[in-house]
Design a protein around this ligand. Sequence first.
Ligand code: FAD
Length: 405
Amino acid sequence: MEQISTGCVIAGGGPAGMMLGFLLARAGVDATVLEKHRDFLRDFRGDTVHPSTLQIMHELGLLEKFLRLPHTRITKGNLEIGERHFTIGDFTRLPTLCKFIALMPQWDFLDFLAGEAKTFPNFHLRMQTRADDLLIENGTVKGVSAMGPDGPLAIRAGLTVAADGRTSTLRERSGLAVHDLGAPFDVLWLRLPVLPGDPADLVGKIKGGQLFVMIHRMDYWQCAYLIPKGGFETIKTAGLAKFRDRLKQIAGFAAGRIDDAITDFDQVKLLTVTVDRLRQWARPGFLCIGDAAHAMSPIGGVGINLAIQDAVATANLLGPVLQKGVPDFADLKRVQARREFPTKVIQSFQVAAQNRILAPTLASTQTPEPPLFLKLLNDWPWLRQFPARFIGMGVRPEHVTLKKK
Ligand SMILES: Cc1cc2nc3c(=O)[nH]c(=O)nc-3n(C[C@H](O)[C@H](O)[C@H](O)COP(=O)(O)OP(=O)(O)OC[C@H]3O[C@@H](n4cnc5c(N)ncnc54)[C@H](O)[C@@H]3O)c2cc1C
């Protein structure tokens, strides 16, 4: 078995793992990221790069180069309830450098981070390498066992980080207890063609018990159709024609494109929504961050940004310790102390939205009456900066303090 030794081993090359690997390597810490897939390709995953993440890219001196990658910009969030239109968020008033959400395929974002990280000699990215278990000695995690393209590996490290997403193998192996907050809905993702003259902003639609979100992606619309939890089999049993009819009722200006665009259920991807968080994010030698510590609902599209914020906080708090040696348990607990509050606030908002708005809407055939706060946002454009600030910047935004070496 191949034996490797590194300062920090990170399982998972998603937004959390790649950003942490980048920041640690930039500060001179030997960092090894394991990614089980051969590439970063993943369709219909979070593709929203929020103002808080763009601010981090600026602090790293990468913003200009990053924004040269193809992307679309969202400056406003819109909601249609029945025939009524509401503008519910305005990013142009945010106190950040970038007053917009950049929509970019997640693989472009991760490829970019990987490319920049590889310029540091102590950054090691091992693709097609799956972390399988923790190496534990006297109750302290000392690294991971993994399966790489050439066979099994043992990777010893002063710190082991689980950034392997919401189905994290390592968090399961660690025995850390998960608090499941529940999610009453799943998401069906599909694509519809874009035509000249289409609006370019984010549109959410609520009508007759249906919820539909359309995200403009330059050459196509990325669409999310929300269904009650576990409801996809029932939809498939009812048949494609009925499904198309349901979509046509809610797709508004794009209804006429459904028949040609959706010809098979294979074009519809189910994403099972989970909202949970660990009660304790660490044990000696081991830390969970990103979705591995707290799986986020897609509401608000904040998962990537929370994952990035966790990575920045982890690098700020543990980077200086890793530069000199091995962090102890008390050091690791400081990450949870820093990041748990923002996570809880955002998850509380997501759970409230899903239980008070999404679930009752999906259970009904009626179009709901718009709540008062939507009417206020519509009538007072100045107020729209607050929801935009909550979603775009989050709570307690992180800044990079770990210095480049
Ligand atoms: C339906 C849906 C829509 C979403 N939409 C958005 C959105 O629009 N915007 C947004 O910001 N967020 C969105 N999210 C959430 C977002 O995708 C996640 O919160 C975010 O990607 C978390 O980043 P992460 O790095 O923690 O984990 P992940 O992105 O899940 O990355 C984990 C990585 O670890 C790898 N991995 C897994 N197991 C192992 C292993 N054992 N060994 C090695 N590698 C492993 C995986 O291949 C993956 O690359 C959405 C989520 C869902 C479910």
